[in-house]
Design a protein around this ligand. Structure first.
Ligand code: C2O
Ligand code: CU
Ligand code: CU
Length: 462
C-alpha cells in the first residue's frame, strides 16, 4: 500500500545535468525570470530560469565546461563554492567581471582524488553578491565518488534540500533592504526549499535516508530539526566525517552544507522539517519575534515497520536497509603548521564611506594582497570575531579543519570551508594550501557583510 498523495505541496525535483564520459558541458544563463512563490509571482534572478539553478553532477577527474551568459542588467560572475580547483583563469576566478550581455566560458578539471560531496555555485561580483544571491542566483554542485560508495550510503535514498529565504514586495519584486538591514544582512520571510514553500517529501519506513542540506541564503542562519526524528551528521561542507555523529539539531550559516542521515523509524504520518529560532545578534533590533517555521514536511510512504515488535505491516516489503554506517571515510590529521596568523573580524566607521566591515582593520581592496602563503604548507589561522553579531568565515579553494573554539579543542575532526563565529567567539583553524597557486579570497559569508568589505585577498605562491 503506497500513499500517492502529498500532505501539502508535492515536491518537484530540481533539474539535473550529469557529466558523461568525463565531461560536463552546459549552457548557463544568469537572467531575470518569474516564479510562483506562494500566491505571489516573484520577479527573480536565476540560472536558466530554474529555481534553484540546475544541479550539476560531477565525478572526480571530470572536465567542466560552462558556457556562461550574463543576461542581467548588472555585472556578475560565478564562484564554485566547495570545489578544490584552480582559482585563476577560466577556473574559480572571483575577480572576473562579466558585463551585461556578455559571455564567458568557464573550463576546469576536477582533480582525480576530489572528495565526493555537496557544493554550490553562486555570483561573486563584489558589491552585488548579496543582491544577486537574494534574488535567486544559486545552484547546487553534487560530486559523486568515494562517499557515495559506502554501502549504507549507497542504499539510502537521497534528498537534496536547498534552503533559501526570499523577501518580496506586494507586487512580487525582490525587496530592497533599508541601509540598516543591509548592515545586519538582509533576510526575507519566505522560507523556501528547492524553490518551493513547504514542499512534501517521502520517507520509507525502516529505511535509512540521506538528506543533503545547503543554506543558499544571503544572511539567514538556519537551525534545523526534524520532528520526532534523530539526526546523524555524516558530512560537513561537502566532506565526509569519520563516523556519523548524533545531533539534536543542525545549524547552517549561509554557504554551509551538511549531509544528514535519518532513520525512517517513526509511525506513519507527516513530520515537519522545522526552522527554529536563532539569534545571530540582531534579534534585539528586530521588531518581530523570532519564530519557529515549517520548512517542509516528510510523509511516510509504503509500509511501516513497528520498531518495537519488528513486525512489518506488509509481508511483501523488501529487506530493510536501515543500519547506520559505523564508519564513513577517514579524516586525515594535518601536520604541524609553519605559521600562525590572526584574522580579526569587526565593524568600523570610515568618515568618507560610513560603516565598514573589516578584517584586521581593513575593508576589502581587490588590488591589495592581504595574506601571502606558500603552496604546500600548513598554517594555523586564528579567527577572532570582535563584533556583537555572527560572522561565518569562508575560505576559497582549500578546506580547513577546526582545531579549537574559544580555547576548547574540537570534539570531532572535520573538514569545513565555512565556519560560523558567534559574537565575540574565537576559533583556531588548520589549513593546507594544496595544488593551486594564485590569488583568491576569504570573507564573511553573510553576503551583505562581504559586499561592505569583510573580505581579504590571499595569494598562494608556488
Ligand atoms: Cu560561497 Cu566566496 O563564497
Ligand atoms: Cu566559496
Ligand atoms: Cu559577517
Amino acid at each position: 500500500m503506497a500513499l500517492s498523495r502529498c500532505a501539502r505541496q508535492c515536491a518537484t525535483a530540481p533539474q539535473r545535468v550529469i557529466s558523461q564520459d568525463g565531461l560536463l558541458e552546459v549552457d548557463l544563463t544568469a537572467m531575470p525570470s518569474v516564479h510562483r512563490l506562494g500566491h505571489r509571482r516573484a520577479q527573480l534572478m536565476t540560472y536558466n530560469a530554474q529555481l534553484p539553478g540546475p544541479v550539476l553532477e560531477l565525478q572526480p577527474g571530470d572536465t567542466v565546461r560552462i558556457h556562461f551568459t550574463n543576461r542581467l542588467a548588472q555585472p556578475t560572475n560565478l564562484h564554485f563554492h566547495g570545489l578544490h580547483i584552480p582559482p585563476t583563469g577560466t577556473g574559480d576566478n572571483p575577480f572576473l567581471e562579466i558585463p551585461p550581455g556578455e559571455a564567458w566560458t568557464y573550463e576546469f578539471q576536477l582533480p582525480a582524488n576530489h572528495p565526493a560531496g555537496l557544493g554550490w555555485y553562486h555570483p561573486h561580483y563584489h558589491g552585488r553578491v548579496a543582491e544577486q544571491v537574494f534574488a535567486g542566483l544559486a545552484g547546487p554542485l553534487i560530486l559523486r565518488g568515494d562517499f557515495d560508495a559506502i554501502p549504507e550510503i549507497q542504499a539510502a535514498p537521497e534528498q537534496l534540500l536547498v534552503l533559501k529565504d526570499f523577501g518580496l514586495t506586494r507586487n512580487g519584486q525582490v525587496a530592497d533592504p533599508s541601509p540598516l538591514f543591509r548592515r545586519w544582512g538582509r533576510e526575507g520571510d519566505l522560507l523556501t526549499v528547492n524553490g518551493q514553500l513547504r514542499p512534501d517529501y517521502r520517507l520509507t519506513a525502516g529505511q535509512l535516508h540521506r538528506l543533503r542540506l545547503l543554506n543558499a541564503s544571503t544572511s539567514k542562519i538556519f537551525r534545523l530539526t526534524l520532528s520526532e526524528h534523530s539526526l546523524y551528521l555524516a558530512a560537513t561542507d561537502g566532506r565526509s566525517l569519520a563516523a556519523p555523529v548524533a545531533v539534536s539539531e543542525v545549524v547552517l550559516a549561509p554557504g554551509e552544507r551538511a549531509e544528514v542521515l535519518v532513520l525512517g523509524d517513526r509511525a506513519p504520518g507527516s513530520y515537519a522539517l522545522l526552522s527554529q529560532p536563532y539569534d545571530r545578534g540582531i534579534a534585539k533590533m528586530l521588531s518581530e519575534p523570532l519564530e519557529t517555521a515549517v520548512l517542509a514536511t516528510f510523509t511516510y510512504a509504503d509500509t511501516y515497520t513497528d520498531t518495537y515488535t519488528g513486525a512489518d505491516t506488509d509481508a511483501a516489503q523488501p529487506a530493510r536497509s536501515s543500519a547506520l554506517p559505523k564508519r564513513l571515510l577517514p579524516v586525515e590529521s594535518l601536520p604541524d603548521p609553519v605559521a600562525t596568523r590572526e584574522f580579526i573580524l569587526d565593524h568600523g566607521i570610515d568618515h568618507s564611506s560610513g560603516a565598514q566591515f573589516i578584517i584586521n582593520g581593513k575593508a576589502y581592496d581587490h588590488s591589495r594582497v592581504d595574506t601571502q602563503v606558500k603552496l604546500g604548507t600548513v598554517e594555523d589561522w586564528v579567527i577572532v570575531n570582535r563584533a556583537s553579531m555572527d560572522h561565518p568565515f569562508h575560505l576559497h579553494t582549500n578546506h580547513f579543519q577546526v582545531l579549537a573554539r574559544n580555547g576548547e579543542p574540537a570534539a570531532v575532526r572535520a573538514w569545513k570551508d565555512t565556519l560560523n563565529l558567534r559574537a565575540y567567539e574565537t576559533a583556531k583553524l588548520r589549513v593546507r594550501f594544496a595544488d593551486y597557486p594564485g590569488e583568491t579570497v576569504y570573507h564573511c559569508h553573510i553576503l551583505d557583510h562581504e559586499d561592505q568589505g569583510m573580505m581579504g585577498v590571499i595569494e598562494m605562491q608556488a
